[in-house]
Design a protein around this ligand. Sequence first.
Ligand code: NAG
Ligand code: NAG
Length: 420
Amino acid sequence: MASARSLVAKANNTNVGSLILMVFVLCSCVANGEYLGGRRGLAAAAGNPTVFDITKNGAVADGTTNSFKAFLDTWIQVCASPVPATLLVPKGEFLTGPVIFAGPCKSKVTVEVQGTIFATPAGYATPEWFLFEHVDNVVLTGPGTFHGKGEDVWKADGCGQQAVCNLPPTSLKFRNILNLDISGISSVNAKAFHMFLVKTTNVKVNNIKLIAPAESPNTDGIHLSNAVNVHIIDSVVATGDDCISVGRGSTNVTVERVICGPGHGLSVGSLGKYPNEEDVSGIHFRNCTMKDTDNGLRIKSWGGSSPSTAVDITYEDIIMTNVKNPIIIDQNYGTRGGDSNVAISNVLFKNVRGTTITKDEVQIMCSKSVPCKGVNVVDVNLDYVGSPGGHPSASGGLVGALCDHANVVFGGKLSFPLPK
Ligand SMILES: *[C@@H]1O[C@H](CO)[C@@H](O)[C@H](O)[C@H]1NC(C)=O
Ligand SMILES: *[C@@H]1O[C@H](CO)[C@@H](O)[C@H](O)[C@H]1NC(C)=O
């Protein structure tokens, strides 16, 4: 934490010692029942939320003044409040470089964004723009927008599927947090990932919008890593990369009523990129809609991985329009070669309907070393709307399905002949 903070502080020419000192100063003020400025709105009667407005700490709503220090100073007040407190970004346009909202805090904290926050183009010593870290009971709420200005850096990013590559900063990262509630915000043109949940537990994401052009690289909507008990609902993710990707160590994740596309679909993975990844289990996607996505419902793991498991993954009640590779397990993802050792089992694809531009509607391509077990494909009805002609499907006809190193049970009504 200290080192991350010092990186940001250096990036913004702020003295680390003075930041740490400020925390102590504020704490002692709080103990005396006084706050240093910033209080606004509701009276600070016991239990009432206290609102700290960034413009009271020097933020300027002109879209050009770097308001980094106001964000940080306001956060320190909010975090030190013994009663639930709110950091308010009022209406207007604000500019800031990287900000770390570090805890632990004394009480529940809310960040309410009404305006639009723009990211500075460069000067990122850290891999994120906004980092919430080591805080419990965090609420991030809208209706405002985080605009990452990614259009300025996408051209320079050539990461693709390389194993080692430094991505541009993530717009919103949450790390080591217990109880997180995100709603009502928008994130536009992130430099890379829009939102990244790492080692977070008990997360609700509701009614958010993540937007970037189809061709923007690595702009995943929401990436999860070691995320536990996560519920993502009623949101729109239209970006250039995965809509939602559930990575290593994630368990009990439900994604419901999410509209996805353009983008690379709803993914579990990529898994097995790093040595000794934690297992993944209980990942459920329901009632989602996919439009014009490259890949629909996907589980991907790297070749040449170390052993781990991915168990109990379900995709149910999914509507697709013009989706490429609608149902795919790809255990030879990435550039590394060799067999994947991520053992995939208990997977269900059920009630998937709409249209596809890929003739092989179902592609289950598992690892030779650890074949997939218990993959169920039930009621998949997709009309082929891709270009006519070209190669036939794996079945020899217009549409088909293919399986490699997998124990797949097909059931219900299917729009393709069973693979041989
Ligand atoms: C799974 O996560 C949900 C929140 O999304 C929670 O309500 C539920 O209790 C969790 N289940 C288990 C077994 O922890
Ligand atoms: C999808 O939504 C419908 C209508 O609300 C509901 O009946 C159904 O149970 C949902 N599917 C799943 C898998 O929860």
